[in-house]
Write a protein that binds this ligand. Structure first.
Ligand code: HEM
Length: 160
């Protein structure tokens, strides 16, 4: 036998269904986490996803309207396009516009490390012997000429 009155039963039900709808809303709110591999598959004009600021955007419907053109967007698929986006210096309204195309969060652990640029190895320059000899010659030849000039003058005067 229940001690609850009719009104109390009803409020229990409401509370339960309220909780249920809250949890559904929470699930709906939960961001979809998308792996980089998955993002990289969407690289076509009719199916184009971009990874920017750790979020994933489906910009397929935006390609034609993008003020910077569709080619630039297609060129930054299959990669983290954050830097490309930042380099353009998009306005705040462009950033607000992005929300319309947001479809989930990028799984940061799945992003492959960026390849670092390695400059080609250069052979260390070692001054060789011929270079050294040339430097000495450059110093000695004028001295020699000067010496001969003095000698000629000296002996020339003596003969007079
Ligand atoms: C969802 C993502 C994007 C949105 C909503 C978006 C939106 C916009 C908007 C509204 C503009 C006009 C200028 C401004 O208000 O800043 C613009 C220009 C431009 N965007 Fe994007 N953009 C996105 C992604 C990108 C990416 C990833 C790139 C880089 C490759 C890019 C390259 C450009 C270029 C080159 C311009 C032209 C800038 C100029 O002519 O001054 N955009 N974009």
């Amino acid at each position: 036998m229940s001690t609850k009155r009719k009104g109390e039963d009803k409020s229990d039900k409401e509370r339960t269904s309220g909780l249920f709808s809250i949890s559904l809303a929470a699930i709906a709110e939960m961001a979809r986490v998308i792996k980089f591999e998955e993002v990289a598959k969407h690289k076509e004009r009719d199916d184009c996803w971009l990874a920017i600021f750790g979020k994933v955007y489906d910009v397929t419907s935006f390609l034609e309207d993008h003020p910077g053109g569709d080619e630039v967007l297609l060129a930054v698929t299959e990669k983290d396009a954050t830097e490309d986006f930042e380099d353009v210096g998009h306005s705040d309204s462009a950033k607000e516009m992005m929300e319309k195309y947001y479809i989930g969060d990028l799984d940061s652990t799945s992003v492959p490390p960026r390849k670092k640029y390695k400059p080609p190895q250069q052979v260390a320059h070692r001054p060789d012997d011929s270079g050294f000899a040339m430097k000495i010659m450059q110093f000695l030849v004028p001295l020699l000429i000067l010496g001969i000039a003095f000698a000629l003058r000296f002996y020339g005067k003596k003969e007079d």
